[in-house]
Ligand binder design. Structure first.
Ligand code: NAD
Ligand code: TDX
Length: 333
């Protein structure tokens, strides 16, 4: 099988490539990635002996996309601008990559009748109140809060419209917050781990009561394979591992791993429009026989800390750049 993996040099996409080749070594993979600040060439290291090629290019480049899609059996579409904070500063780059780029892929997939799986996020549903017992389901109405989640919502709508009107063979999955190796240092868990590796206190937006539903990146990617193999064309699957935790709980767990007090952190400026809580009802993906293997969040977090401790060269430059941007806008409260 030949697969085109867009965004395969980023966090989740590169973990997908590694896991796919480890479990299905006969797969032929082409990664299409613009190599933005969020990509890391080292993410695809160590794959000698496998049939994997990196094409540096933009999913908005219709001629390139058409050629690559024509040559493949399946598109797994991870490529996106993915950081909420950046979307508040530079929304147009999110419209381009997440909306225009997705439509370019859909046109090529229709033209060559190629199956496509679209990777999306639970943030398209907006947020839940902290005390609301509800969770997101495939029927939850869309109510995105940030330019990032609005652009992902738009991309989901385009996929559904193409399935209905143009005969596109596609599936969608909306996953909760991922953690694990190779996540960019601008994101919450890597940022705090790297702060702690430098002996610095974690930095918590606002009150820190916001809740995220954490899932290990390998569990997400196994669920993606379940959809590819057993999902129904046109259907949407919500992926989550019942991993709800407040940011304060996560920071407390990280502090403990580093032998510090759980409450040893700094409150900093809150994110405008900061979503309060995400929570996934995973019945749709579990109906395909998938279940998470990383049920022990504490163990997953320790392994992730170890990965960052062992790979300083992977994150040093990206961390410096990310912190420079944070320094420009973030104040201690
Ligand atoms: P990431 O930012 O680490 O990686 C995104 C990759 O896409 C990068 O390698 C980047 O260079 C590439 N890219 C961006 N614009 C591109 C373009 N125009 N053309 C080609 N490549 C381009 O993001 P991630 O966290 O790995 O997220 C991957 C996907 O999963 C995204 O679609 C995101 O919305 C979705 N998602 C992420 C999470 C999460 O917790 N990180 C949760 C649910 C869904
Ligand atoms: O330094 C920080 N301090 C802090 O308290 C950072 C970077 C974040 N936060 C908070 C904001 C959120 O409540 O931590 C939580 C997680 O923040 P992010 O890592 O920026 O993730 P989030 O905004 O929840 O979005 C993530 O999950 C859904 C991904 O970045 C998205 O791509 C995905 O769709």
């Amino acid at each position: 099988m030949r697969i085109l993996v867009t965004g395969g040099a980023g966090f989740i996409g590169s973990n997908f490539v590694h896991r796919t080749l480890a479990r299905r070594p006969e797969t032929r993979i082409t990664v299409l990635d613009k190599m933005t600040y969020a990509a890391n060439p080292d993410n695809l290291a160590g794959l000698g002996g496998f049939d994997v090629e990196l094409v540096e290019g933009d999913i908005c480049d219709t001629a390139l996309v058409d050629r690559l899609v024509r040559e493949t059996d399946l598109v797994v579409h991870f490529a996106a601008e993915s950081h909420n904070d950046k979307s508040l500063r530079d929304p147009m780059s999110f419209v381009r990559s997440n909306v225009e780029g997705t439509v370019a892929l859909l046109d090529a997939a229709v033209a060559h009748d190629v199956r496509l799986h679209h990777i999306s996020t639970d943030e398209v549903f907006g947020d839940l109140a902290l005390d609301d017992p509800a969770k997101f389901t495939p029927e939850t109405p869309y109510a995105p809060s940030s330019p990032y989640s609005a652009s992902k919502a738009a991309s989901d709508h385009f996929v559904r419209a193409y399935v209905r009107s143009k005969g596109l063979r596609a599936t969608i999955s909306n996953c909760s917050n991922n953690y694990g190796p190779r996540q960019h240092p601008e994101k919450f868990i890597p940022r705090q781990i790297i702060n702690l590796l430098h002996g610095q206190a974690p930095r918590v937006y606002g009150t820190g009561e916001n809740v995220r539903d954490w899932i290990h990146v390998d569990d997400h990617n196994d669920a993606v394979w379940a959809v590819i193999e057993r999902g129904e064309i046109g259907a949407t699957y919500l992926i989550g591992a019942d991993g709800e935790r407040s940011n304060l709980q996560v920071v407390g767990d990280l502090n403990e791993i580093f032998g510090r007090g759980r409450g040893d952190f700094v409150h900093v400026t809150d994110r405008p429009g900061h979503d309060r809580r995400y929570a996934i009802d995973a019945a749709s993906i579990r109906s395909l026989g998938w279940e998470p293997r990383h049920a022990d969040f504490a163990a997953g977090l320790r392994a992730t800390v170890d990965w960052y401790r062992e790979h300083p060269r992977w994150w040093e430059r990206a961390r410096e750049a990310a912190e420079e941007i944070y320094r420009a806008s973030e104040r201690e409260l």
